[in-house]
Design a protein around this ligand. Structure first.
Ligand code: NIG
Ligand code: FE
Length: 415
């Protein structure tokens, strides 16, 4: 199968010498080709260039030609942090928060993560698979082509494995590129309230060996936060994860700064995610590290909590990625264009920085930046075509609107 997209008003995020990620000042550069063409063969990006240097198709049989006059082409977003395998929804808690309860108060009443865990434990694997498939379809429509999905709403051996098996099936069935993260340490379930060590032992001694045996996860995550897991507990879990072949991608600094970033960097975390509350020493811990700082502005929007200080992080030379955090409690949305709008509007990231953060850097945060996250020869053909738009900055500017007209995943036009 071959696709030629011609007369592209602007082909965005092109690379002739692909880089694994972009940091600091480099984030403000976004390479594009105006009046461009892009060819796709067998699911891969074959070539691209300017229409001025294109002399027509020669002997391409089985070729679909798309005329993109007035439209732009982007690499699909890589959403490197989601929890999109979950059961049902939590709009009751949403209303409780409007009426004055805090996220913490709701969690202390047995709501929050524990509420979702209870629902998920009662939901069948097939039902979960169908709900998650619908969400994958939904995020594809706004241009997502790769997604990381966490467990963490199971909190028992059976339910955590159930989620990871659903993710494994999604990997097999979906055209999206999917990575799986084991987040058994999302919250301590009620039956272990007085025996935290017992739950950590369940994670490290019972869950991890099966996960390794069945190859159910790529990464390990811990919600390192006051009232959830301490830095020391996270270290114990990351140590066990490493022994079972899982690299860390962790939740840190969402509500408090307790030293999780430095510890995660020491454990060579692929990414540290959230970072709403950052102290000077947290930024220092990330300087020069290989760990990606992943920001989730739609979580800040939904919970009305501070936004991660993206501006000072980038000005300090850090690499920043953007992801949705799609989950039922803090971000019931996987809309990456909205995430990018928020990054620009609330975090003062420029459109160039935000687009880099949601493509090449978020690809890095799921270890796929050699195959995804930019338009480069030989990379996987995950691209989207926009409606006619005046410029790429129009995408974050026109917040709440979906300018994605068509999506191609692995070289296949999605319906
Ligand atoms: O990433 N912070 C931890 N976990 C999720 C939200 C959990 C929930 O409220 O269900 C997050 O925001
Ligand atoms: Fe999360």
């Amino acid at each position: 199968m071959k696709i030629l997209i011609k007369n592209i008003k602007e082909l965005v995020q092109v690379e002739t010498a692909p880089r694994p990620k972009v940091s600091g000042k480099e984030m403000s550069e976004l390479n594009t080709v105006k009046n461009a063409w892009l060819s796709i063969i067998d699911g891969k990006i074959d070539d691209f260039g300017s229409m001025d240097s294109w002399d027509g198709v020669e002997d391409w049989s089985d070729l679909e030609v798309i005329d993109a006059s007035g439209k732009m082409v982007f690499p699909c977003w890589c959403d490197s942090h989601t929890h999109l395998v979950f059961a049902g929804s939590r709009e009751g808690e949403f209303t409780d928060r409007i009426n004055g309860l805090s996220y913490e108060e709701i969690a202390n009443r047995g709501g929050g993560i524990l509420n979702s865990a209870k629902k998920l434990q009662e939901t069948s694997e097939i039902d979960l698979f169908q709900q998650a498939t619908a969400r994958l379809k939904e995020i594809t429509k706004t241009g997502t082509g790769a997604v990381e999905i966490k467990s963490g709403y199971g909190l028992s051996l059976d339910a955590e494995l159930k989620i990871l098996r659903v993710i494994k099936n999604l990997k097999e069935e979906s055209d999206l590129e999917i990575k799986a993260t084991f987040l058994g340490a999302h919250a301590v379930p009620p039956e272990y309230k007085e025996d935290r060590k017992g739950y950590i032992d369940l994670i490290t001694k019972e869950m991890l060996p099966i996960i390794q045996e069945e190859k159910l996860a790529n990464y390990i995550d811990v919600f390192c936060e006051k009232n959830y897991f301490s830095v020391e507990e996270m270290e114990t879990i990351l140590e066990a994860g490493a022994a079972h072949g899982l690299k860390p991608k962790v939740h840190v600094n969402q509500f408090t700064s307790i030293g999780g970033i430095k510890a995660a960097v020491n454990y060579e975390a692929i990414s540290v995610d959230h970072l709403e509350i950052m102290k000077e020493l947290d930024i220092r811990a990330l300087k020069g590290a290989e760990t990606m700082a992943t920001l989730l502005p739609s979580c800040s929007f939904f919970l009305s909590i501070p936004y991660a200080p993206a501006r000072s992080m980038i000005d300090n030379g850090l690499a920043v990625a953007l992801a949705s955090d799609y989950n039922p409690g803090s971000t019931p949305s996987g809309n990456m264009p909205f995430v990018i709008s928020l990054a620009c509007i609330k975090q003062r990231m420029t459109p160039e920085e935000a687009i880099n953060a949601a493509t090449i850097n978020s690809a890095y945060a799921m270890e796929i930046s050699n195959t995804h996250g930019s338009i480069a020869k030989g990379k996987v053909a995950n691209v989207f075509i926009t409606d006619p738009i005046p410029s790429y900055a129009y995408l974050p500017y026109s917040f709440g609107k979906n300018v994605v007209e068509a999506v191609i995943l692995k070289g296949k036009l999605q319906q």
